[in-house]
Design a protein around this ligand. Sequence first.
Ligand SMILES: Cc1cc2nc3c(=O)[nH]c(=O)nc-3n(C[C@H](O)[C@H](O)[C@H](O)COP(=O)(O)O)c2cc1C
Length: 493
Amino acid sequence: MTKRRKIITGILVFILLLIIAGSIYLFTGRKISDASGDVIKGDLGTESLVVYFSRQGEILGDLDAVTSATANSNQGMNDEDVSDTEAAARMIQNLTGADLYQIHTEHYYRKSFMGTAATAWVENTFHMRPKLAALPDNLDDYDTIYIGYPIWWFNAPMAVGTFLESYDLSGKTVIPFCTSQDNDIEVSMDFIRNTAAGAEVLEGHRIHEENLNDVAAWLHQIGVTTKEISGQMSSKEAESQTAETESENVTQGTENYKGFVLDNVLHSEDEGDIHYNLYVPESYDGSEAYALFLTLPGYQGLYFQGVGENLRTENIGFTAQEYNPEMIIAAPQLDDWGETSARQTIALTEYLLSAYNIDQSKVYVEGYSGGGETMSLVMGMRPELYTAYLQGSSQWDGAYDAVVENRIPVYLVVGESDEYYGSEPSEQAYQNLHDLYEKEGLSDKEIDKLLVLDVKDSAYFKKAGVTNQHGQGGKLFFEDEKIMSWLFEQQKA
Ligand SMILES: Cc1cc2nc3c(=O)[nH]c(=O)nc-3n(C[C@H](O)[C@H](O)[C@H](O)COP(=O)(O)O)c2cc1C
């Protein structure tokens, strides 16, 4: 016999043995005697049912080690004796308060892995529908059916098909979840869609090495409201986590500088890589909404100048902390002060608003020098994202209309003899905004609440022993309590 023929014969013999073993079992297996067929009631009286199938409970005695079912791969249960799929099912039940039901076949599967594998292979290959020991008769009570199973031979176990095909699932939502050694749930989705005819079958989810927070994040992602679980992440945090995983696009920085994590990167599909340093107060746990502050640096703090250069050369990221201890501070390091950087700032703001629990009435922003130019462009495009804008030692490059339309308070501060810009561009910007507000019929008093022009004379700088109004002088503004209080006292109605 040639080597090739030997291999083929070997494979055929193996398959034959599997079929024989499986068939012997199928026709001689013991009946399960204690499948109660009972639905375990959840504590919320929801219209959802978590149904699952697992090898544990379908065999006599303990499982062998190969399935790893006695030390489940998920971390949501304290009880190590539950199988992977039961652990996953119970986590969903815990989080949703749904009812719970385990599918039992009429016959036991073999205790050895090979024995179960053989039977499962026969069932799968011949599209069999193993008989079930019981079927709950109240499925009509539920609108949503979660269906969970281990992947067997690159598919769902056929018993899951038996279950789904036993009911008219029209109008119901079916949410598949699986556990597996390796395969994604996608391998079983066609089978579930076909057997859950009439139902709306949502995208499935593989629950592998997950804990309650991970499962909650997935549920939030598909729009399911979950209960707060004590000692676990709140719904809001789970939502935040969802946003983070969803964006999957953030590479967290690893270096720390005075409480800021340096060089996080948001990989934006539309705007490319956005580098930012981030300060999240230790007290933040996601349960309460925090303010958000973005500070855009001058030229010396741009990304190509070096990671963290904005924080090393500007003080506002630190002085801001004194005005609101419950505030997340992002200090982006972009590449220039043009349109791309402006769009990146918007993308970053949107990301932060979705990833953290942010009080939308307190979203502050500041731009110094070149950062002010960028920020004025942002204000011309998406001012409604922000509560108020402080511009220091800069000029306005953006549009004005949207700022006025959205009534976003703006504070322009500059030295009267700013070496780089002079004070005229700020005065002009003030005038333009003022004119637009007047056109809208606002009184001077009303405009003063929305718009401040603060041109500092040379005495202001002299008093602080500073001779350079643009660079060193600019720093003074962000140590000036009057200016900083104006910003952080603003609050959107
Ligand atoms: C008969 C059998 C076939 C399996 N086939 C696959 C497979 O095709 N792909 C995979 O990733 N895991 C496979 N596994 C591994 C299980 O899906 C995995 O161990 C699962 O987490 C077990 O869940 P349980 O503890 O609820 O039974 C198989 C396990 C058994 C017992």
